[in-house]
Design a protein around this ligand. Structure first.
Ligand code: TXA
Ligand code: MG
Length: 345
């Protein structure tokens, strides 16, 4: 199953060809403000099935449907609560996905058989132009191989999926760098199933209340508890073994771990805010944003994990940050990348 994949700059002409491919039932990867998406016509079951094949994605993990205009929400959702409407007004276009009761017309392959559907109106100009031009809702997961770090550049998509889709639209590096916040709006209180580009505080400021699902920072006790099927899979994992270092004296402890691995002949690398570099001397170091700026860490997180892997590292030592604001989304991804291996001190 290999085909020719075009990797092209997202010009008006390129966006028109991409839209035509989507209407024909082909797969197109496109930039969004969060991460790159792997899109297919959401109404076309055969096209959506191709996404699962291309990514090696488990069939029980539902897809987010992307729309160009607020009014398209009603073609997919059976009921839109007043709170959901307020959130859409406040944060769309933007990095927020709302889980709403699905209409029967939404293909089961999109919802993975659930009675709800995830909907998002992205902000990236290329994504918006593509959705408008295609005139369709587009089902799109992150455009990585299942289990790998999400792609924040067109090159990441190429590395993972080349030969498995028709076209990759290159719109440069993604601004947010972590995926959208997924919030379940089917109950009384909004529940954040996956922290992301919109913080819990931002949601609470609109709805008055919000709950963050316990899986945000801890492993699920059992698969049965997965409110969002995506929670139960190993995620964002590079091939090297990741250890998260939290608490005091982080530089010293990062160095100690690094040197111990090095003495055993293992290839080690440290991922930390750029300010740490000076304290770590000649040790292999990949910068991950600035310590006082969780947004900058979110932006460089996935590229850093991919770089650590490309460097051939056996052990990856990562500095933990405070799980507040955008830091919650960063720590959610880091905990998963580390398989919840965290050293607190
Ligand atoms: O920023 C993003 O959200 C990116 C860009 C491309 O839009 N997309 C993305 O999709 O991250 P994906 O498939 O990698 O992650 C979607 C997450 C999964 O964890 C999935 O289980 C959850 O959203 N999800 C989708 N529909 C759901 C539903 N009806 N109920 C509960 N969880 C749902
Ligand atoms: Mg994903």
């Amino acid at each position: 199953m290999t085909m020719k994949t075009d990797l092209i700059q997202a010009s008006d002409a390129a966006i028109r060809s991409a839209a035509a491919l989507l209407r024909k039932g082909e797969l197109v990867a496109f930039p969004t403000e969060t991460v790159y998406g792997l899109g297919a016509n959401a109404w076309d079951e055969a096209a959506v099935r191709k996404i699962f094949v291309a990514k090696d994605r488990p069939a029980d993990n539902p897809l987010i449907v992307h729309i160009a205009q607020m009014e398209q929400m009603e073609t997919l959702a059976r009921k839109v609560s007043a709170d959901a409407r307020r959130l859409a007004k406040a944060f769309w276009p933007g990095p927020l996905t709302m889980v709403l009761p699905a209409r029967d017309e939404v293909p089961r392959v999109v919802t993975a058989g659930l009675s709800s559907v995830g909907i998002r109106l992205p902000e990236h100009p290329v994504a918006r132009a593509l959705l408008r031009e295609a005139g369709l809702p587009v089902a799109a997961p992150s455009a990585n191989r299942s289990g790998r770090p999400s792609p924040t550049t067109a090159q990441h998509v190429w590395t993972d999926l080349q030969g498995r889709l028709s076209m990759i639209l290159d719109g440069g590096p993604c601004r947010v760098g972590v995926e959208s916040t997924v919030v379940d709006m089917t109950g009384e209180v909004p529940v954040i199933l996956r922290p992301g580009g919109i913080t819990p505080e931002q949601i609470q400021s609109v709805t008055g209340s919000v709950r963050v699902h316990e899986s945000a920072l801890s492993p699920l006790a059992s698969e049965a508890e997965a409110a969002s099927p995506g929670m139960k899979y190993r995620h964002y994992a590079p091939t090297g073994q990741v250890l998260l270092i939290a608490g005091a004296d982080i530089s010293t402890r990062l160095a100690t771990h690094y040197d111990a691995a090095d003495a055993l002949g293992e290839r080690a690398v440290i991922l930390a805010p750029m300010e740490r570099k000076a304290e770590l001397g000649a040790r292999a170091f990949l910068p991950m944003g600035r310590a006082d700026d969780p947004e900058s860490m979110a932006r460089s997180l996935f590229a850093a994990l991919r770089e650590a892997e490309a460097s051939g590292a056996d052990r990856i030592f990562v500095e933990a940050i405070a799980a507040e604001g955008m830091g919650l989304a960063v720590m959610n991804r880091l905990c998963r990348a580390a398989g919840f291996q965290i050293e607190e001190e």
